[in-house]
Design a protein around this ligand. Sequence first.
Ligand code: FAD
Length: 379
Amino acid sequence: MNSDIVVIGGGITGIAIAHELAKRGEEVTVIEKRFIGSGSTFRCGTGIRQQFNDEANVQVMKRSVELWKKYSEEYGFSFKQTGYLFLLYNEEEVEQFRENISIQNRFGVPTKLITPEEAKEIVPLLDTSEIIAASWNPTDGKADPFHATTAFALHAQEMGARILEYTEVKDIIIADNEIKAVKTNNGVIKTGIVINATNAWSKLINAMIKLPIRIPIEPYRHQAIITQPIKKNAINPMVISFKYKDSYLTQTDHGGIIGGIGYEVGPTYNLTPSYGFLREVTTYLSKIIPSLRELLILRTWAGYYAKTPDSNPAIGKIEEINDYYIAAGFSGHGFMMGPAVGEMVADLITKGKASLPVEWYDPYRFERGELRQKALQMG
Ligand SMILES: Cc1cc2nc3c(=O)[nH]c(=O)nc-3n(C[C@H](O)[C@H](O)[C@H](O)COP(=O)(O)OP(=O)(O)OC[C@H]3O[C@@H](n4cnc5c(N)ncnc54)[C@H](O)[C@@H]3O)c2cc1C
């Protein structure tokens, strides 16, 4: 089999890249070792926000939200702009968020500081007795990762992309620094261009090409819970509390409350959920919304945050090997970035440069010791 471009990994990142390349008329094949979304993508917390603390991430997420809106309308999957509400408990937090808000406003993201009373109007179940303000952007939102990823996959296929499931890349064949083929458990695929979109597994793929530079991406276990469904529209936005161990929670389309905290274990590939998490997540989430105490927890699960030292991904071209690209290390916010990453990587491949500030995610920054300001990570 031949393919001009091979994307390794069928999560939101690999699928969004293939979707954009197929749209531009490129011949592209996605290789996924299990099924689409089976990595972190189907385990994520659904959240999509533009509330970041640096210019690059704000611009990239503004574009990503435009694309979430466009494609959810065109393809008919659920994306709702129900906002993100960051609860703030002291002057120091307020000051820090004022700075973030001014960066966001400069790029047209309409975040504002609101009072506890205004926050309670948005989420009436909220306990506002401890908060002094909140950071509120009504254009942030959430999408269903199952529907979204499969919709992008189906439309990518309609535009000519090939998606091979239950096919695992075992090796990459290189001669004179040129990629010749990828070896899989189902045979060899000849190609000249490979994109590593395997996030938590990316270092294993990098090892196959003997990557000459250091890109530190490690898997960390993060867990989440879902409660029984309750009345629709009870908790519309994503609610965040850094004070209570980086808690996040919102309501899914189905009605259950989905949420998690910063209970991080790793580096590890172990995904067994733990009792310790369950005890802490219930304590902290019910401090934010006390009536959650009455709800049944239906299920808990775990997935990976593929973390870098500055919580920003590595996205770009590796110069020493023609033509090897990486888009991995999303550090807990890769679902929301998916559509914009698709556009940036397709730009790099088809035009050699991107209109979004992809240099912020330069894969060489670790080697050069130029870490970015830590991106807002949560959960
Ligand atoms: C509990 C939890 C909550 C989260 N909440 C949010 C949130 O609210 N918002 C947000 O934006 N993000 C969130 N995230 C992060 C988000 O899930 C990830 O950043 C995102 O899904 C990464 O997508 P990906 O396509 O890069 O990686 P993945 O979805 O992990 O896809 C990588 C794929 O590569 C495949 N693969 C690996 N090795 C090979 C191989 N050798 N051959 C072929 N295929 C291979 C894997 O099977 C996998 O499917 C959360 C994550 C967790 C765990």
